[in-house]
Structure formats: structure tokens, C-alpha cells
Write a protein that binds this ligand. Structure first.
Ligand SMILES: Nc1ncnc2c1ncn2[C@@H]1O[C@H](COP(=O)(O)OP(=O)(O)OP(=O)(O)O)[C@@H](O)[C@H]1O
Ligand SMILES: Nc1ncnc2c1ncn2[C@@H]1O[C@H](COP(=O)(O)OP(=O)(O)OP(=O)(O)O)[C@@H](O)[C@H]1O
Ligand SMILES: [Mg+2]
Ligand SMILES: [Mg+2]
Lengths: 254, 254
């Protein structure tokens, strides 16, 4: 029974794609069967995972223009449902569908026994596609940069997830908030982190693992590699493997 | 006659908001009358510019629920049209309006004589609001990180701007591509930059000024200050002032 995790944050550039790829790769290295889903019409995850383009992807699948076999890609022990840039047009079509929030769940249910983890890469918005991911998922991760004290964006995400949980997916849980791109040992970052750690609303909801700033994480993406392929001894490899272990422990797996 | 500049990139976290605020502040320090427009429902620019929230903003203005005087905020020689989180709902309403791409232009035309520069902060998407900014603007700036060799996102932006230019705004020009968050002197960044510099399609379209990575740029936002208020001797101050001077020179101003 797959653990389906939505990686979500409407703030741009918070390491969603980097997290889906490298947490996925880390879990795969720990012998988990992992599927990644690219829900972003910009296709950053897809273009890192593979060279070349696809005729069909998650958009075509959701509107019923093709089968799962047409789109599912496999690279070693990591699989991917890619996105195409037509996903943007499909989002409009999907928007007018009754029960539109359930379309991704219907597709992923078919794969529930084939994978241990399904990680969903959301676009920087809280629109139809991100809502679909929250309805399809068992849990969600919010990667964020320690960039201010306000956490306004975080409050809004929690509001939306509460609505989804109440109306459409009672089993939806927060896996955790993940600090990413952490600048090492700056007073500012520490102040921001302790601000959230001490916030009643987020007690116990922060991952112990922080993903530190590591230029190798940016470079590896450019070379279409996971951090483990590109720089296995880097901070990025270290941190994403730590995150995978923290998650596996939480799920009672090894 | 205001120079209206759209700061646009559908990729998230590429320093759009940081650029609008600090380029705006730099121009204001050079005695330009500057208006900033927050076109993002997440309101990052708005929450950096001011404390507290607003009842009315660009969304209410565009759908005709209020006047310009109701929303225009001024802080020294920088002015702002803020966004509210209702902008998300208004986007849906705006989408169904005939001639919807012209709504921002109609509003900004009223201010053409009151400002020298109007900078528009776009959300991480190429939807109705971003298109509105391209129709309202004389020119656009694309801030981007030197993060890969593909520039796929850049091609897509150029395609969209070409369409807008052809169909709705013949005077739309590219001011330039702005490299941001540049990690100092890394081989990788240099390879990415020279890749774009040597690309026929982008010859002469790159700003000479690069905005280097500077944690003060992130911290200043958290303290609701411009980089010039927070850290006037920092690299961030230096780089955004250089950018302002490059732009003023280009426009034949001082
Ligand atoms: N820990 C890190 N250290 C250094 N660079 C990082 C780190 N994590 C991500 N990056 C880089 O930051 C940029 C944004 O990351 P990424 O694309 O994963 O964010 P995103 O949340 O998916 O963005 P979007 O909102 O556009 O989907 C990329 O260039 C990526 O390589
Ligand atoms: N040159 C820089 N050096 C260091 N940090 C930076 C720099 N420019 C921006 N940042 C930080 O990077 C993060 C993203 O920047 P910003 O919010 O301006 O991007 P954006 O393109 O407006 O994002 P979005 O797509 O979500 O609107 C912020 O925390 C900001 O403070
Ligand atoms: Mg992404
Ligand atoms: Mg922004």
C-alpha cells in the first residue's frame, strides 16, 4: 500500500522539485519502490529525470486521453509520471469537471500496490492541481526557506489542507515542515527556526532534518542527475539521506 | 510619461519581488518617482513594504470595486499598489471579462504623469495577471538564477511575450535578462552565463549588472526594509544600485 506524499508550497523556489527528486532517490537507495509525479506544467522534475520530451504526461492521463502505461517512465528503481507543457491547457479543462479534485486520486489508486512511496511535485500555487495532490495523498510535506518570521504563506497552506481534510480526504496528515537551503550557522536562520519551533501551532511538526544550502544540489539538476549520482559525499546527499531515514523510521520501515 | 516595467518569470523564487522592491528603491534614491505594483496574491511585496493588511488592493481596483485613491500607498518616494489575498478570487472573475488583458493598463494609464517608473511584480505563472502586466508595460525584465543550461523556461517566456507584442502591445520590449543570486566565481555559474551570452537568441539582451547572492537581501525583506535601509554597504545594495544606473543610462536619464 503506497504512502502517497504531496510536496507542496505555493511560494516559488522552495526546493519542492529538488526534494521530490532527491528524497525519492534516497528512498530508492533504501530499497523502496518509488514513483515521482510531476504536477507542474513547467516540468522541472521531468526535464531533470530524463532527456528529451514526451507527447503524453499527467495532463493527458487525467483527462483520459491515454493509459498509465503510455506515460509511466522508469529509470532504475525510480519511476516517473512526467508532465508536458499541455498540462496548463488541461488544468482549464479539469477545472470544469465535476469532482475535479479526485481525478489524480483515481489514477494513483491503480498503482497503490506497485510502489512503497509516491511523491507528488506541486507547482507554486494552491490551484486545482495542488488540491488534487492533497486529495490523492495520505500526507504532505511543506519545504520552505527560513526567510522571514511571518510564516504567512504557511498559515494559508494549513487553512487549505484543513479544508481538504474536512471535505474530501479525512486521512490527510502533515508529515512535516522541511527547512531547505539553510545557510549554515547564521543568527538570522536560527532566529527564524526557533520562532517556528516555539510556535504553538507548529509544535512537533518540523522535521529534525534540515536541508542545508549546497550548490551541488543546483548543479546536479542541471546535469540531470540525482545528488547521489552527482556528488555522493556532499551535504546535499547527506541531508536528503537523513531525511529519507527520518521518514522511514516514522513509517516504521527500514 | 512613466516607464512601465513588468518583472516576470513563471519559475518560482527567481528574485522578482526582491528586484521590484530594491530596484525600485534604488531608482527612488536617484530621485525618480517610483510606483510598485504587487500582482501576486501571496503579497510578498506588500508585506515587505508595509506592516498590517489592507482591505483593498489591485484586485478590487481591477474589478472596479474601489478607486485608485483607496489603494495607493506611499512610503517616502516609493509608492505601492498592494495586493490582497482576494486577488486569487478576482483572477477568476477577471478571466471571464471581455478584453481582460487590458484591465491593468487602463488603471495604470491614469498614473502615467505621476511617476517616472512603474515596476510590476508578477506571480510565478504566465496566467491572466502576468499577461496583464505585459499588456500594460513598455518593457519587461526577466530575473533568473544561473541554474541550468537549458533555459527552457526562458524560451517559453519569449514565446508568450512575442504573442502579446503581436496581438496586444506592439511597443513591448525586453529590457533584459537579469542574473540573480549569483554564487561568486563558481565554474558552473560562469559556464551557464557564457552559455546564454553566446546564444544567438539572447545576444545583447543580458544586463551587464549581475545580482550576487547576498543573505542581506533575504534578511532585509524579513525586517520589512529595502536593502539600502538595512545594509547600505552590502553587495545587494551595490548590485541593485548598479542595476538602477544601468537602466537609467539606457533610458537616457541620470
Ligand atoms: N538546498 C539547496 N541548496 C542550494 N540550491 C538549492 C537547494 N535546493 C534547491 N536549490 C536550487 O534552488 C532552485 C529552486 O529549487 P526548486 O526548483 O527545487 O524549487 P521549487 O519549489 O520546485 O520551485 P518552483 O516553485 O518553481 O516549482 C533550483 O535552482 C535548485 O537547484
Ligand atoms: N540575491 C539574493 N541573494 C540571496 N537571497 C536572495 C536574493 N534574491 C532573493 N533572495 C531570496 O530568495 C527568496 C526568493 O526571492 P523572491 O521572493 O524575491 O523571488 P520571487 O521570484 O519573487 O518568488 P515567487 O516566484 O514566489 O514570487 C527570498 O527569500 C529572497 O529573500
Ligand atoms: Mg518545482
Ligand atoms: Mg515574488
Amino acid at each position: 500500500m503506497a504512502n502517497i506524499i504531496s510536496v507542496i508550497n505555493n511560494k516559488g523556489g522552495t526546493g519542492k522539485t529538488t526534494t521530490v527528486l532527491n528524497l525519492g532517490a534516497a528512498l530508492a537507495k533504501r530499497k523502496q519502490r518509488v514513483l515521482l509525479v510531476d504536477l507542474d506544467s513547467q516540468g522541472n522534475l521531468t526535464s531533470t529525470f530524463q532527456s528529451g520530451t514526451n507527447d503524453m504526461g499527467i495532463g493527458e492521463l487525467l483527462v483520459g486521453n491515454c493509459s498509465m502505461d503510455d506515460v509511466l517512465k522508469t529509470n532504475g528503481n525510480l519511476s516517473l509520471i512526467p508532465s508536458t507543457d499541455k498540462l496548463l491547457d488541461f488544468e482549464f479543462q479539469i477545472n470544469n469537471e465535476p469532482g475535479r479534485e479526485y481525478m489524480l486520486r483515481e489514477q494513483l489508486e491503480k498503482l497503490a500496490d506497485d510502489f512503497d512511496f509516491i511523491l507528488i511535485d506541486c507547482p507554486p500555487s494552491l490551484g486545482t492541481l495542488s488540491i488534487n495532490s492533497l486529495v490523492a495523498a495520505n500526507s504532505f510535506i511543506v519545504p520552505m526557506q527560513a526567510e522571514n518570521f511571518a510564516f504567512i504563506g504557511l498559515d494559508r497552506i494549513m487553512l487549505i489542507t484543513e479544508k481538504v481534510k474536512k471535505r474530501m480526504n479525512p486521512s490527510l496528515e502533515l508529515d512535516g515542515i522541511l527547512f531547505v537551503k539553510l545557510a549554515p550557522r547564521t543568527k538570522f536562520s536560527q532566529a527564524v527556526i526557533s520562532n517556528l519551533t516555539n510556535n504553538q501551532n507548529f509544535q512537533g511538526k518540523l522535521f529534525n532534518t534540515y536541508i542545508r544550502q549546497d550548490i551541488a544540489l543546483m548543479e546536479s539538476g542541471a546535469f540531470k542527475q540525482t545528488i547521489f549520482e552527482y556528488a555522493p559525499r556532499s551535504r546535499g546527499s547527506h541531508d536528503y539521506m537523513d531525511l529519507a531515514k527520518e521518514i522511514l523510521k516514522r513509517y516504521g520501515k527500514k
